[in-house]
Design a protein around this ligand. Structure first.
Ligand code: UGA
Length: 447
């Protein structure tokens, strides 16, 4: 291994990137300001739910490949390459909040002052165009007394990791995007990736820094738009007798210019990335004097989509006051306990406004939900107990275990078998025959 690597910011992206590298025997110095995080990582216990994380963390800890520290100065001194993976949350107006990026850049700059040899800095955090050079680069120059391109290199290298498959995505990316300040910076990072993915033919895109920064936003905004698009088509299908959105998605997805992925109609997208990045891009674009109406429509459709489940519940059972509504699924997608921007949140808020009684079940996200809703809602310990005596059920997240439920389970447990399939997991033919069944994209006509 030619290079020593440090990674500043041990959130989701930082830790998953670190462990993908240690899985191929790179020695990594994880850096974080939070003593708890450093302590947890040092002990080898995973700070969040993610497939393969625990195993890789234990292995790396045992092999001594991870050397976690809070000391940025030492981390910079002991490495040649530093990835910056701190969070870039939203301000209340939707614009990007750069506090963590600025603070990391200051620390790195101060540490770099003592460094004699060339050091490459790579921004992996999602940042709006201009940030890597004008904010990170400038702060580092100011605090280090050194010059970009001469004493240190600078790249922007967006990440495309999905929660639930982050390690796999880091090991087998579709492509690698390198935004470079100069050729030396780009070559140094490209060489690292060529070594890391030595027998894989992965396309590498070399470009300038603002283009790389925009690729990340354009990517997430496009995927969000694809979802809002199919949800729009689903809403049209609901008004056409016997039109099936799943078949429409299949039909258009086979056009290679479209492709079938991210065409699942449902209650909309959530998570820590799509909603935040879309808002940041809209806000950034407006500051440039252009209101991106197409992106605003993507957001608007997503907002309306979640609460359409509550409208469907009202169509089925009338006034919701005092009615017991069972919610299956709380996390923003299956296989995670993450509820950031989860569609369950606006649905629950709307149901509370309507004075409904809510009982929710999720295989892993109940502790997260308790932090948000406390005792405003009730929590069940299984899908079947959640359904018990309910007037209506809304399936919010498509966990595998919910796919195993049969029409009989709903009929047996519920007071009235009213089911809204918010993620299109159930067969409408089978369910419509036995239950009062509504689904996203399914009109009132029985199939
Ligand atoms: C997303 C991107 O997929 C990653 O490439 C990116 O790196 C990441 O954001 C990020 O910026 O860090 P993630 O938020 O983990 O990853 O989740 P996705 O699997 O993309 O799903 C996002 C939301 O879209 C979920 O709520 C999911 O239920 C919803 N979705 C997805 C749909 O409603 N329909 C679909 O067809 C697909």
């Amino acid at each position: 291994m030619t290079k020593n690597i440090s990674i500043v910011g041990m959130g989701y992206v930082g830790l998953c990137t670190a462990l993908a590298l240690t899985s191929k025997n790179y020695s990594i110095i994880p850096v974080d300001k939070d003593p708890n995080k450093i302590d947890i990582i040092t002990k080898g216990s995973p700070p969040f739910h993610e497939p393969d994380l625990e195993e890789l963390l234990l292995k790396a800890t045992k092999n001594g490949l991870l050397k976690p520290t809070m000391d940025t100065k030492k981390a910079i001194a002991d490495s040649d390459i530093t990835f910056i993976t701190v969070g870039t949350p939203s301000n209340p107006d939707g614009s990007i909040n750069l506090k963590q990026i600025e603070s990391a850049a200051r620390e790195i700059g101060k540490a770099l002052r003592f460094k004699e040899t060339y050091h490459l800095l790579i921004v992996k955090s999602t940042v709006v165009p201009g940030t890597t050079q004008n904010v990170v680069g400038s702060i580092i120059e100011k605090n280090s007394g050194k010059t970009i391109g001469k004493n240190f290199g600078l790249c922007m290298n967006p990440e495309f990791l999905r929660e639930g498959s982050a390690i796999k995505d880091a090991l087998y990316p579709d492509r690698i995007v390198i935004g470079e300040y100069d050729k030396k910076s780009g070559d140094t990072l490209q060489n690292l990736y060529l070594e890391f993915h030595h027998n894989q033919a992965i396309p590498i895109i070399r470009t300038n820094i603002p283009t790389a920064e925009l690729i990340k936003y354009a990517n997430n905004a496009f995927l969000a738009t694809k979802i809002s698009y199919i949800n729009t088509i689903a809403n049209i299908c609901e008004r056409i007798p016997n039109a099936y959105v799943k078949t429409v998605a299949h039909g258009i997805g086979l056009d290679q210019r479209i492709n079938p992925r991210f065409l699942n109609a449902g209650l909309g997208y959530g998570g820590s990335c799509f909603p935040k990045d879309l808002q940041a891009l809209i806000s950034f674009s407006k500051k440039l004097g252009y209101a991106p109406s197409q992106l605003e429509a993507t957001h608007q459709v997503n907002e309306e989509q979640a609460t359409s489940a509550v409208e469907k519940a009202k169509e089925l059972i009338g006034n919701l006051k005092g009615k017991k509504i069972a919610l299956l699924g709380l996390s923003f997608k299956p296989d995670t306990d993450d509820m950031r921007e989860a569609r369950a949140i606006p649905i629950i808020n709307q149901l509370l406004t309507e004075d409904a009684k809510i009982v929710a079940y999720d295989p892993v996200a109940i502790p997260t939900a308790k932090k948000i809703f406390g005792d405003k809602i009730k929590y069940a310990n299984s899908a079947k107990t959640c359904l018990k005596d309910a007037d209506c059920c809304i399936l919010v997240t498509e966990w595998n275990e919910f796919k195993q439920l049969t029409p009989h389970d709903f009929k047996q447990q519920m007071k009235e078998p009213n089911l809204i399939d918010g993620r299109r997991v159930y067969n409408p033919q089978e369910y419509s025959q036995q239950l009062n069944f509504r689904a996203i994209g399914l009109g009132p006509n029985k199939p």
